[in-house]
Design a protein around this ligand. Structure first.
Ligand SMILES: [Zn+2]
Length: 319
């Protein structure tokens, strides 16, 4: 069940129990950062509701296939624009109208409202009225990356399921299916850099420059601990004529050092955890500051060659 959705075993188990017991709520909120598969999971839940097969969701009946293709008339998708307060009351009015129309071919109507953190307060109040007394045979699936933007009255009407980062291994397994054309090394690299976030890893693996910057940042870190200042400069040399990429490299290094600083806690990536014993938390935090300063100077048009030399020298004397 839910074979298109990777990781988050506990959330899946909860859902399976609810579905099997016929206790699936009429309002579910999926919370989690971008790339964790909220919409994919919402689709799987919609399949479970509208599936006409034996064990729901079967994934092979007409209803399941139509949902997967995005053409099921009883699975309706709504979202606002990109930014805050871009999800307006007009859309909620449209949803209300549709909710009072009987399902076309399924047993229910399933509404997917994506990125509800972007809803205006008016839109939230209008939505509240619908979910307080939902029309029969309707189900609302909401996704958001941050519940703090939502009215508590809305939250109290919904069952919230929080999505976590899949493990690196789960992410790699997902990439094996979603990006089979890539090499195992690249999949590992992307899964690692994206910290298990499958959506982010997929975007990364298809971006040649991002992959190169990520690899270079890790190489620099390794050389910083085990190599010479000269070797560090060799890695940085090609960036002298690539200001924008240098900025991105400094960002990547800042993130790596930040991870090292956190390495005594559970949040650190496996590959940076090993540096935690070599670079103290205090030094790692200084390195974050240094990387940020270099980044800002590069944006401010400073000479990249000079920045690189200064950066390597200061890091080396620090570690
Ligand atoms: Zn089915």
């Amino acid at each position: 069940m839910f074979e298109n959705f990777y990781g988050n075993q506990k959330v899946k188990e909860t859902l399976v129990t609810l579905i099997d017991d016929g206790r699936l709520s009429h309002g579910i909120l999926l919370e989690g950062e971008r790339g964790l598969g909220k919409k994919t999971l919402a689709k799987e839940i919609a399949k479970a509701v509208l599936c006409t097969g034996e064990s729901k969701p079967c994934g092979v009946c007409r209803a399941c296939k139509k949902i997967e293709a995005g053409v099921h008339p009883d699975f309706l998708y709504f979202s606002g624009g990109e930014g805050a307060r871009s999800f307006h009351i007009d859309t909620i009015r449209e949803i209300r109208e549709a909710a009072y129309v009987m399902p076309n071919e399924g047993a229910a109507k399933v509404f997917l409202l994506s990125d509800v953190q972007n809803m205006t307060i008016q839109a939230q109040n209008a939505l509240l009225k619908i979910i307080e007394e939902p029309p029969e045979q309707t189900m609302f699936l909401l996704t958001c990356d941050d519940t703090s933007a939502l009215l508590t009255t809305i939250l109290s009407r919904l069952v919230t399921l929080r999505l976590q980062h899949p493990s690196q291994k789960e992410c790699e397994q997902a990439l094996e299916k979603l990006a089979p054309e890539e090499t195992p090394e690249r999949r590992t690299e992307a899964a690692n850099t994206a910290h298990g976030n499958i959506g982010e890893a997929l975007a990364l693996i298809r971006d040649e420059t991002a992959m190169k910057i990520s690899t270079d940042a890790k190489k620099l870190l390794q050389v910083l601990c085990l190599g010479s200042e000269y070797e560090m400069l060799t890695i940085l040399y090609p960036y002298e004529r690539q200001r924008e990429q240098f900025v991105r490299l400094m960002d990547a290094l800042g993130r790596l050092f930040c991870d090292i600083a956190l390495s005594r806690y559970h949040t650190a990536r496996q590959d940076t955890r090993q540096y935690g014993t070599r670079i103290s938390q205090q030094k790692a935090l200084k390195a974050v500051e240094l990387s940020t300063a270099m980044r800002d100077k590069a944006i401010g048009n400073a000479n990249i060659a000079l920045l690189s030399a200064g950066y390597c020298g200061k890091l080396k004397s620090m570690v």
